[in-house]
Design a protein around this ligand. Structure first.
Ligand code: OKP
Ligand code: ZN
Length: 361
């Protein structure tokens, strides 16, 4: 298994995060996570570690709005120049339902613009955030390119993660949607006109504990990318406002979005059953490529999944090799993209378990 890695992830190092009204430090999504995973992957001798190639902003535009990309690139310097706290960009005014009618464009003020492009208080922007997010997307794109060149699989050790980032919104530690960008890039190798009805050229399987609301939004009205997500009940956990089973896609995308919700305390057997159901849907779509949003926060005791009184899963380390094996059994060229996973003592071994299971070693 090829792992694509860059130390540039560390350019994104947020000073704090809000959890239930408390400003807490350090944030759960930290540079240490990626370094722990890199060390474990190296120790396990799973295969080469390769650096990303530089793709430029072009492939990002297939997924993200131009104004959002420009915002992300300049948000920090403009915020600081306008008197915002140098600790991090963080909105203080968020347009909610009643403002929808008048919500057409971002405010010109650099201290107000974050309210337009941010939907929670879990996505602070610091000086290096944009560079790190670009590097993270380049990892996923490099993995996609390797699949196009004939590799069976690749693992992009992405950080910051991506699956909560929408077309023009950051949130939930995510700025650029790495999995979505890779999926859109893989579409270039597929011929849409010749695709039989009911099939998708690319499938995204999201196994992070949290629903991939950004990915769902990006592909909601499209049939060329099937989105299947297994996650905690949004009635009881982040991202709260999306991820329900009745969200099945719209227009041309109807039937190409599948949300599988599992209860609080879900254990290995229950999870693997749901995974089989997800994989059956993917097999039915006969995609040419699979992108996996690989979050490890389904692990029992994960501190982000288990925030406050909220629901979480109870998978053990044994689950991850089994998950990897089952995904590999689809027989598709597969890009694994790192998403969440915050139980740092077990994170490296759980990633290794997933990759070993996939590789059958
Ligand atoms: C990112 B990923 C709960 C606040 C939650 C954000 C969690 C982001 C999870 N009240 N904050 O692992 O899917
Ligand atoms: Zn998560």
């Amino acid at each position: 298994m090829i792992t694509i890695y860059t130390p540039d992830h560390a350019l994104h190092d947020a000073p704090h995060e809000f959890i239930e009204g408390r400003l807490t430090a350090p944030p759960h999504e930290s540079p240490q996570r990626a370094e722990l995973i890199r060390a474990a992957v190296e120790r396990a001798g799973l295969g080469p570690l390769v650096p990303p190639r530089a793709f430029g902003a072009g492939p990002l535009r297939a997924v993200h709005a131009d104004d959002y990309l420009a915002y992300l690139e300049h948000a920090y310097e403009r915020w600081v120049a306008a008197g915002g706290s140098p600790a991090a960009v963080m909105p203080d005014t968020l347009p909610l339902r009643w403002m929808g009618r008048w919500l057409r464009r971002a405010p010109e003020s650099p201290t107000a613009a974050p309210g337009y492009y941010t939907y929670d208080l879990s996505a602070p922007i610091v000086r290096g955030t944009y560079a790190a997010a670009r590097a993270s997307a380049d990892l996923a794109l490099t993995g996609a390119a390797l699949l196009l060149e004939g590799q069976r699989a690749a693992y992009a050790l992405c950080r910051p993660p991506g699956h909560h980032a929408g077309r023009d919104m950051c949130g939930g530690y995510c700025y650029l949607n790495n999995a979505a960008v890779a999926a859109a890039y893989l579409l270039q190798a597929t011929n849409d006109d010749q695709r039989p009805a009911g099939t998708s050229a690319v499938a995204i399987l999201d196994i992070d504990f949290h629903h991939g609301n950004g990915t769902q939004q990006i592909f909601y009205e499209r049939s060329d990318v099937l989105f299947v997500s297994i996650h905690g009940d949004p009635a009881r956990t982040y991202p709260y406002f999306a991820g329900f089973p009745e969200e099945r896609g719209e227009g041309a995308g109807e039937g190409f979005n599948l949300n599988i919700v599992l209860p609080n305390g879900t254990d290995n057997p229950r999870y693997l059953d749901a995974l089989d159901q997800a994989l059956a849907r993917i097999a039915q779509a006969r995609p040419r490529f699979l992108v996996v949003s690989a979050g490890l926060d389904t692990f029992g005791g994960d501190p982000v999944a288990q925030m406050g009184q909220e629901a979480s899963f109870a998978l053990t380390a044994d689950a991850y090799p089994a998950i990897g094996r089952r995904i590999a059994a689809l027989g598709l060229p597969t890009l694994l993209v790192q998403e969440g996973g915050y139980a740092t003592a077990a994170l490296g071994e759980n990633v290794v378990g997933l990759l070993r299971g996939f590789a059958g070693v």
